[in-house]
Design a protein around this ligand. Structure first.
Ligand code: IMP
Ligand code: MG
Length: 186
């Protein structure tokens, strides 16, 4: 089915201005929390958190290094499998002793980020924390509370500002609720 931005979005949940403010507030907190605490590696979890990571980085005022990781979660459907598959690992070979900050688009069941965090913890970093733009706490299946959350949202399927459905809608400048009939048709 053809993508039709005007018709596929039920309503706008978070406007561009609010997204900017979320990133500013989180960037400030992160800068304070990690000040004088050694090396900070910010990890953009591809591809959903690309836009949010960029905005967040602009608001982090302490020295950081940037890396990316790609782990698979959903395919064309909207239900998490519980198992993750590393499609692209960090470029940073050695994270021993570093503070790692995983930047996610959204925490849903919590499976993806929990597994990713456990996997990185095995490499001996000083810490691994999670910063998620959005959080759907009602959907949680595992114990996983991100240290930094931009905004808690209800149990709805959202797209835009990096978030996709079947690789579409990532370029929307806002976060919007996708009409159920759009994903039920796939
Ligand atoms: P989890 O493993 O169930 O927590 O799923 C996390 C991943 O699923 C996120 O990184 C997103 O890529 C995807 N996801 C979860 N909820 C949504 C949503 O409402 N819209 C788009 N992607 C979502
Ligand atoms: Mg996704």
């Amino acid at each position: 089915m053809a993508v039709d931005f005007e018709n596929d979005i039920e309503k706008i949940l978070i406007m561009p201005d609010e997204l900017k403010t979320l990133a500013e507030n989180l960037g400030r907190r992160i800068s304070e929390d990690y000040r004088d605490d050694g090396e900070l590696l910010v990890v953009c979890i591809l591809k959903g958190s690309l836009l949010f990571t960029a905005e967040l980085l602009k608001n982090i005022t302490i020295p950081v290094k940037l890396d990316t990781m790609c782990v698979s979660s959903y395919g064309a459907g909207t239900v998490s499998s519980g198992n993750i598959n590393i499609k692209k690992d960090l470029d940073t070979k050695q994270i021993k002793g570093m503070n790692v900050l995983l930047v996610e688009d959204i925490v849903d069941s919590g499976n993806t980020i929990k597994r990713t965090k456990e996997l990185l913890m095995e490499r001996g970093p000083k810490s691994v924390r999670v910063c998620s733009m959005l959080d759907k706490p009602e959907r949680r299946q595992v114990q996983m509370n991100p240290e930094y959350v931009g905004k808690k949202i209800p149990d709805v399927f959202v797209v835009g500002y990096g978030l996709d459905f079947d690789e579409n809608y990532r370029n929307l400048p806002y976060v919007g609720v996708l009409k159920p009939e759009v994903y039920q048709l796939v």
